[in-house]
Design a protein around this ligand. Structure first.
Ligand SMILES: *[C@@H]1O[C@H](CO)[C@@H](O)[C@H](O)[C@H]1NC(C)=O
Ligand SMILES: *[C@@H]1O[C@H](CO)[C@@H](O)[C@H](O)[C@H]1NC(C)=O
Ligand SMILES: *[C@@H]1O[C@H](CO)[C@@H](O)[C@H](O)[C@H]1NC(C)=O
Ligand SMILES: *[C@@H]1O[C@H](CO)[C@@H](O)[C@H](O)[C@H]1NC(C)=O
Ligand SMILES: *[C@@H]1O[C@H](CO)[C@@H](O)[C@H](O)[C@H]1NC(C)=O
Ligand SMILES: *[C@@H]1O[C@H](CO)[C@@H](O)[C@H](O)[C@H]1NC(C)=O
Ligand SMILES: *[C@@H]1O[C@H](CO)[C@@H](O)[C@H](O)[C@H]1NC(C)=O
Ligand SMILES: *[C@@H]1O[C@H](CO)[C@@H](O)[C@H](O)[C@H]1NC(C)=O
Ligand SMILES: *[C@@H]1O[C@H](CO)[C@@H](O)[C@H](O)[C@H]1NC(C)=O
Ligand SMILES: *[C@@H]1O[C@H](CO)[C@@H](O)[C@H](O)[C@H]1NC(C)=O
Length: 546
């Protein structure tokens, strides 16, 4: 059903306020038939197949749908906002795992909801190297919602003009022009049960959604910025509980609070990344499950576990629908089949890789759908020192507050009915032995691209080329490569797996973009993601707390 979305907790009514982007949350009848049914409404948060979440903004009086991304800080559109000239500042190159985006900086009037910015810096008509990743979720570009210190645009403009405020991201501009407004952004993501696009959820600047005000009483999870990194939305997580067993996962960062793990909250990532030991507990105990490649578990579609994560002593159950994603496949004999993969993917962070990533875990939408999150941006800005060096200055530390929205008992009931219903729309799910055989068979034939579909082959080539990148995303891309023959089959008709894998790659892209962009544009900008040299060697002495 296109208009459906499960959101536990209270209904957010469509009350409109003057300075707010208030989006009514949609609910539909739950399995007992007692839920509230609301019609589809215009809203500014769209769920792109559970892969990306988008909001509509206007740039120079034209509407654009942008992926909201708390994991990056640049604003760009791969479309042309008409009537907007280039400022001559640039070019800005933001490298991503599978390519990148580039363009010159433009300035234009911008608005989101009722908030306006007279002159917003962005990349117009940006050259994004993988446009199909956007078209699969009908996005025009990206809205970065992290901090200015990782904004390539802000840094580039600051270097070119000596003005650190001209190139700031939209949110910072809005906060700056509304001094009495709380510096908050609150996000509630919907879940689509049939993998189609729906609207709903909540994206609010400076206030909380009706019924969710208690979020302000929740523990303040302070953003933690490891030395040598620019700020991102990373907070400490206490641990995971799987089927009743609590486990503290620890950190690869020396001196981390005991047992805790530094976790990036990133709306721009579809999935989540957790250590292999946790993934094994989560998926490996399910009979027949197996790992495909180094990052992804394949499990029966109707299987689930009780999983929750604890932040600041608060327990956040994860909806079983957020544990696995439905994937279409094509068997060697050409018949279609369906299987399921874990949304929580494997990424083991070592003290070495921590130095380039700055976090232990990454929680994207697969986790964030289970919370109402209120991000308080504090005061974190880019300042220019008297000798011209740019520096991140934090005078009030940002923090995030989370409210649980998933009721585990209800979620199980929903899982069984919704998943069953969804599966009925897809080709049959074979036994896992068969799935393993099918995936294996085609994986080994990955270089033998089909000759009969040029468009599809082009896509596969970009996937394969991407895996040449030898950075931390290569694990993911290996997976993409491995699956590429399947992607080929599906892109011809059903987009699902292409969408998922591409979205995963996009997420990884964004992550990588944040880690290297400021570095490449600006040799005089010191506090970038990671510092070479002795200090960091000393900081991150190899020791893993498990
Ligand atoms: C949604 O908005 C569009 C344009 O803003 C309008 O044409 C349409 O009627 C609206 N739909 C609903 C259901 O309000
Ligand atoms: C940026 O501007 C320069 C000079 O005006 C131009 O040569 C270049 O092609 C532009 N780059 C992009 C990506 O638009
Ligand atoms: C866009 O970027 C690609 C590399 O990613 C480059 O080959 C191409 O020339 C660029 N196009 C423009 C118009 O700048
Ligand atoms: C920026 O400041 C430096 C000195 O710190 C000066 O040399 C340079 O000309 C200034 N640039 C602009 C565009 O004002
Ligand atoms: C998971 O939770 C549900 C509902 O809370 C419960 O009925 C079930 O027994 C639990 N399963 C496991 C394996 O803990
Ligand atoms: C899995 O990881 C190992 C060791 O890092 C590597 O040699 C291998 O190529 C990887 N396999 C896949 C399919 O990614
Ligand atoms: C999988 O491999 C078989 C041959 O082994 C081929 O017939 C089939 O089309 C492949 N499927 C895809 C999606 O490429
Ligand atoms: C935020 O911090 C910067 C420098 O660290 C300072 O100039 C600015 O006044 C502060 N803004 C507010 C609203 O406190
Ligand atoms: C500028 O000053 C800061 C702080 O005093 C210092 O850390 C930095 O190295 C200086 N940069 C240059 C280029 O001199
Ligand atoms: C497999 O699925 C694709 C896309 O949905 C469809 O075009 C194709 O006809 C299906 N093949 C068979 C054998 O059912």
């Amino acid at each position: 059903m296109k208009t459906s979305a499960f959101v536990a907790g209270l209904l957010v009514a469509g009350a409109s306020r003057s300075l707010a982007l208030q989006i009514p949350v949609q609910r539909r009848a739950d399995s007992s038939g007692k839920g509230v049914q609301m019609s589809r409404m215009n809203s500014t948060l769209f769920n792109g197949k559970d892969l990306s979440y988008l909001t509509t903004v206007t740039i120079a009086d034209q509407d654009f749908k942008l992926i909201i991304d708390t994991g990056s800080s640049d604003l760009w559109i791969a479309q042309n906002a008409k009537g907007v000239g280039s400022s001559g500042i640039g070019p800005v190159n933001i490298p991503y795992g599978t390519g990148g985006v580039s363009g010159n900086v433009s300035f234009a009037p911008f608005s989101v909801g009722s908030y306006k910015v007279d002159s917003q810096a962005f990349l117009n008509n940006a050259n994004f190297s993988l446009p199909q990743l956007l078209s699969q979720v009908s996005a025009d570009g990206l809205l970065g919602l992290s901090f200015d210190a990782i904004s390539s645009i802000d840094i580039t403009v600051a270097l070119a003009t000596n003005d650190t405020s001209r190139g700031r991201m939209p949110l910072t501009n809005i906060f700056a022009s509304h001094p009495s407004l709380p510096n908050t952004l609150s996000i509630l993501l919907t879940r689509t049960d049939d993998l189609e696009d729906i609207s709903g959820g909540s994206f609010l600047i400076g206030e909380e959604a009706d019924g969710y005000e208690d979020v302000l009483k929740a523990p303040q999870l302070q953003r933690f910025k490891p030395d040598g990194f620019s700020g991102l939305w990373t907070v400490w997580m206490d641990g995971a509980t799987i089927n009743g067993n609590f486990k503290a996962l620890g950190s690869a960062l020396e001196g981390a609070p005991k047992g805790k793990s530094l976790t990036l909250l990133d709306t721009g990532t579809t999935t989540a990344f957790i250590p292999s030991s946790l993934a094994r507990q989560l998926y490996g105990s399910i009979p027949g499950s197996f790992m495909s490649g180094n990052t992804t578990w394949v499990v029966p579609c109707m299987s689930a576990s009780n999983v929750s994560f604890t932040f600041g002593g608060q327990v956040f159950p994860v909806h079983p629908l957020d544990l696995t994603a439905i994937q279409p496949g094509v068997a060697p004999d050409g018949t279609n089949f369906t299987y399921c993969v874990g949304y929580y993917q494997v990424a083991d962070v070592t003290p070495e890789t921590f130095k380039s990533q700055g976090q232990d875990l990454l929680f994207g939408d697969a986790f964030l759908r289970n919370v109402y999150a209120s991000f308080d941006y504090g005061n974190d800005s880019v300042v220019r020192l008297s000798n011209g060096t740019l520096k991140e200055a934090v005078s009030e530390n940002p923090y995030v507050q989370l409210l649980k929205v998933t009721d585990q008992d209800k979620a199980w009931t929903e899982f069984f009915s919704v998943r069953k219903q969804t599966l009925q729309k897809f080709p049959p799910e074979p036994s896992l032995d068969k799935v393993r055989q099918y995936l294996g068979a085609n994986a080994s034939a990955s270089s033998d691209s089909s000759q009969n579909d040029a468009k599809v082959q082009g896509d596969a080539v970009s996937g394969a080329a991407a895996s040449d990148d030898s950075d931390s995303t290569s694990k993911l891309l290996d997976q993409m490569d491995k699956y590429s023959p399947i992607v080929i089959g599906l892109l011809a008709g059903n987009l699902l797996i292409g969408v998922l894998l591409c979205a995963i790659a996009l997420a990884a892209c964004m992550r990588r973009g944040t880690s290297t962009s400021t570095r490449s544009v600006n040799p005089t900008y010191a506090p970038v993601r990671f510092k070479d040299g002795e200090e960091s060697q000393k900081m991150y002495a190899p020791k893993y707390n498990d």
